[in-house]
Design a protein. Structure first.
Length: 390
């Protein structure tokens, strides 16, 4: 395998999110949705993979394979169980996770908000609530109590996906439909991001940014305009909002072909992953180049990239292809600070445990962790400081 040397200080790691791994995340609107009579989830998150208790082992396995960074989210619903009520015990829990990272020489990369909002926030209108920007600023201020030695902080994960979720209308017959992203919610979430960024900047030592789900919108020839229109409130608006940030998190898995009437379905015979997405490792290279162009050169950190599959050798193939796209972007002078694989653990893919993205497998009965060959493979690249190229 041809490789290039990784830039000095290039960050190698893996990512997770609280609701998808911790278990018992009962105080969130998503838990309520999972247990609603008309829910559309295949199964509820339940104990997830019990990482709330087993994080020391998860961080040790990450460190032992040679990876040096762990991106995880802290749960607003645990830290502020009721409006204005702060749980010191939960702040201590996440402080212990940060300390455990440092104990293993692993850089903690903390996400303040990864999709789930506290029940009280959901009941008060969620991102439609009048003072939601102030609430998110206050939550950020509370979280800074445990961030004194955390260098990289993500304010909000995938605002563009959140807007989809916020606008989604649950119709038990038709399931979840997306009437299209509303600029109103997008602008409110952007204000919350900027308010949070201001607080984090006040700490002086934090690099802050948000992460955007890159859909790699490719136009059917002749429909470039439609593609751009389709992509603006679904992606580019959020990239533009990151122009003054320290970094932007690039999240990439797939591409979307856009024609006269929106997304064009892929032919039945394409290879698909367990999420039903087209197998397209080239997506990451395109996502990095598009992000670089629209943000005007904001430093990038790949905060999610991976594949849901039971075939771990295919995961290595996918990741090799993705990293080759990253290597080519580096060779063209793009500023890419690191690569965090999605995900460290098989986990709750927002409605089902079937799509397995983990570098580590988890027995859903015993919660026993079993590293997959891909974990050692990625750890080896990190230790050798090389990136697949060519
Ligand atoms: O993009 C998201 O929805 C999230 O960031 C993750 O929570 C997903 O689990 C992952 O991307 C795979 O879909």
């Amino acid at each position: 395998m041809t490789t290039i040397p990784a830039p000095n200080g290039f960050i190698w790691g893996a990512a997770t999110a609280a609701h998808q791994i911790e278990g018992g995340n009962t105080n969130t609107a998503h838990w309520e949705f999972e247990h609603a009579a008309d829910t559309t989830v295949e199964e509820p998150s339940g104990d997830a993979v019990d990482s709330y208790h087993r994080f020391p082992e998860d961080i040790r396995l990450l460190a032992e394979c040679g990876l040096k960074a762990y991106r995880f989210s802290i749960e607003w619903a645990r830290i502020e169980p009721e409006k204005g009520i702060v749980s010191k015990a939960q702040l201590d829990h996440y402080r212990r996770m940060i300390d455990t990272c440092h104990d293993h020489g692993v850089q903690p990369i903390v996400t303040l908000h990864h999709f789930t909002v506290p029940r009280w926030q959901g009941r008060d209108g969620g991102w439609y609530a009048d003072d939601v920007v102030d609430r998110f600023r206050r939550y950020t201020e509370t979280a800074t109590r445990i961030l004194d030695d955390v260098e990289w902080v993500v304010t909000i994960n995938e605002p563009n996906m959140m807007v989809n979720q916020t606008e989604a209308k649950i119709d038990t017959e038709q399931g979840v439909n997306f009437p299209g992203p509303s600029p109103h919610v997008a602008q409110v979430i952007a204000k919350a991001h900027h308010a949070s960024t201001e607080v984090l900047k006040g700490l002086g030592h934090v690099k802050s940014g948000w992460t955007v789900a890159n859909q790699v919108y490719q136009a059917v020839p002749g429909y470039e305009k439609e593609r751009d229109e389709w992509g603006y409130w679904r992606e580019d608006y959020y990239l533009e909002q990151a122009r003054n940030d320290d970094f932007i998190g690039v999240q990439s898995y797939l591409r979307t072909i856009v024609g006269p009437d929106g997304p064009v379905p892929f032919p039945d015979d394409v290879e698909r992953t367990l999420t039903g997405w087209e197998y397209y490792p080239e997506a990451l290279g395109h996502a990095l180049r598009h992000t670089w162009e629209v943000t005007g050169g904001v430093p990038m950190l790949v905060t999610e990239n991976g594949m849901a599959t039971q075939d771990d050798s295919r995961r290595i193939d996918y990741t090799t292809g993705a990293l080759q796209g990253l290597a080519s972007a580096l060779q063209d002078g793009l500023d890419i600070r690191g690569y965090l694989h999605w995900s460290l653990l098989d986990n709750y893919e927002w409605g089902s445990f079937r799509p397995t993205f983990g570098l580590i497998g988890v027995d859903r009965e015993t919660f026993e962790r079993t590293p997959k060959p891909s974990l050692a493979w990625l750890g080896d690249l990190a230790q050798r400081g090389v990136i697949p190229a060519g």
